[in-house]
Design a binder for this molecule. Sequence first.
Ligand SMILES: Cc1cc2nc3c(=O)[nH]c(=O)nc-3n(C[C@H](O)[C@H](O)[C@H](O)COP(=O)(O)OP(=O)(O)OC[C@H]3O[C@@H](n4cnc5c(N)ncnc54)[C@H](O)[C@@H]3O)c2cc1C
Length: 279
Amino acid sequence: MVSHRHPNSLEEALETLKNEPCHIVGGGSDLWVKNRSWANTPPAFKKTLLYLAHLESLKGIRKTDDSLIIGAMTPYETILNHPETPALLKACLYELASPAIRHVATLAGNIANASPAADAVLVLIALDATLEIQNHAFKRTVKVKDLIEGPGKTSLESRDLITSIRIPRRTFTHQTYKKVGGRKADAISKVAFAGGAVIKDGTVKHLSLALGAVNATVVRDEGVEKPYINQPLSKLKSEKEAFKKALSSSINPIDDQRSNALYRKKVALNMINRFIESL
Ligand SMILES: Cc1cc2nc3c(=O)[nH]c(=O)nc-3n(C[C@H](O)[C@H](O)[C@H](O)COP(=O)(O)OP(=O)(O)OC[C@H]3O[C@@H](n4cnc5c(N)ncnc54)[C@H](O)[C@@H]3O)c2cc1C
């Protein structure tokens, strides 16, 4: 038998998480697949299912002076249709899964599932997004990049709930999202890239480049980007090969049923190359 809870408030949800081990249910699109059982029997959940998608306090999108705050239970479809959603995130969500999945699935689920090929995670890291995490005792704020520790592994504890995602509002002068998969959408990425830059009067004001499915976690190295910030764009262009070489040591993909390491690495470096050339 599968047990489940439908709390009436966020406080009740946090109290439930404190008292019993639960699977938090976002859209269920990863959870159901991971816990499937065969021969048409119901999924084999070992923990109580905690349904939260009905809680309005965890849904919706609001704007502050410097950020966009997305409630953890807001489905992709709503995010995709919102006028304030950053174009880079829209480009990603448009190719993520299918309309049916996007009707229910969430950013919080993509993050907590921590797949190395999670497409939205890649873009959120390129956008410097942070998460608000709550449990019955306290709240904390964590960068998306710092939460994910490895394939399927995060620093979330069993009592923790991601309540919202905060994306700094920034207007890129150049941005690109590219997903390489077996087909345009509804396919797991072989490799994916998100790049954003702010170039003003020939100077690099901001640079963020992130690669997915080429290591155990998303590859973004701010140490490689930093020497080019507030520097002439010509420096980045002339040192493009050195830039790629510096990132190259973090690009360590695997061979699997979708692709192989050689192809993934080559494509990843080509995407960085093309992005720098486009600036
Ligand atoms: C057909 C199909 C196609 C897909 N295509 C893609 C694709 O192209 N790209 C891609 O990246 N993914 C894809 N996915 C995977 C999946 O849809 C996404 O990862 C999605 O974002 C998961 O969100 P969800 O809300 O459904 O998560 P759920 O399945 O509800 O949850 C996933 C995990 O996150 C935890 N969780 C959920 N919400 C919270 C929260 N608020 N706080 C803490 N933990 C939480 C759950 O307990 C669970 O462990 C696909 C899946 C399917 C079935």
